[in-house]
Write a protein that binds this ligand. Structure first.
Ligand code: ADP
Length: 255
């Protein structure tokens, strides 16, 4: 800031600087810690999951007693919880990859309609109480990271299920529109108010009020989805109404 004399002339300048180096180092340490922790957690959790699945397979050969029935249902529950845990660890690893600028895409050429069908089939198997309506334009070939696009779809469909406590219907579609492919996931759940619609793609954002109590999560999924779609040169949009439902549409270039 300039310091002026009686005539309004500058007599001196006052400068203030803040050293943000230590803050940056602190951020880096936190990010390294999250990355290391996620890696350390991943190995034992993967191993526990392998053992649980082995036990489930062995149990499937045995028949009869009430005890075995209880053991089986307990192990199935553990298996489902481990799946949730591996998903969370994967998300944490992805976050630290993004922070470190190491989220690389492995691009391939593949049929997007085939991938969407596969993902929806998996959901049909794991969520037999739900109805997944699929509408597809066939033979749309794109160049993209297949696993990452699959992750985008899984996240959107999992959210559609999670945030629709009183509806069991999810509509999924793949459509070609000029030089874009549109992937959409529509639910008939709790919806998102207009003021929150832009924010849902922010890191750690969760809609206040109804969420924390009833729906588990950390507000990372849509941040990752947005990041992956942007890295493919695409975009994602949301249309929604409270208590009517939400429609998420991913636009990807057809290259
Ligand atoms: P999480 O579900 O783990 O909280 P996400 O990043 O996937 O994190 O979503 C961010 C927030 O956006 C959620 O907490 C929820 O409030 C809102 N949201 C996401 N998808 C839907 C949906 N299909 N219907 C209603 N709200 C949603």
């Amino acid at each position: 800031s300039p310091i002026l004399d009686d005539q309004g002339k500058i007599t001196m300048w006052v400068c203030s600087t803040t050293n943000i180096q230590s803050l940056k180092e602190e951020e880096q340490r936190k990010s390294d810690f999250v990355s290391m922790l996620s890696h350390e957690l991943k190995t034992p959790v993967t191993s526990i999951k392998g053992h649980v699945q082995l036990l489930l397979r062995l149990l499937a050969r045995e028949t009869g007693s009430e005890f075995l029935g209880k053991l089986n249902s307990s192990l199935s529950r553990i298996d489902a919880l481990l799946l949730q845990l591996t998903g969370l660890i994967g998300d944490m690893l992805d976050l630290s990859r993004i922070d470190a600028g190491r989220m690389d895409l492995k691009k391939d050429r593949f049929f997007i309609d085939g991938l969407v069908t596969e993902v929806v089939e998996d959901f049909r198997l794991s969520h037999q109480q739900h109805f997944f309506h699929l509408t597809i334009d066939n033979n749309i070939e794109i160049t993209a990271d297949r696993d990452r696009i699959s992750q985008v779809l899984i996240n959107l469909i999992a959210n559609a299920i999670k945030y629709s406590p009183s509806s069991k219907v999810v509509d999924i579609s793949v459509a070609l529109a000029e030089d874009e492919v549109l992937l959409s996931v529509k639910d008939y759940g709790i919806g998102i108010e207009e003021k929150d619609q832009k924010k849902v793609f922010d890191r750690f954002f969760r809609v206040e009020g109804h969420n924390e109590k009833y729906y588990s999560g950390f507000g990372i999924g849509l941040f990752l989805v947005h990041n992956i779609v942007s890295r493919h040169g695409g975009r994602i949009s949301v249309e929604s109404q409270r208590n009517k439902g939400s429609l998420f549409t991913v636009h990807l270039p057809v290259l």
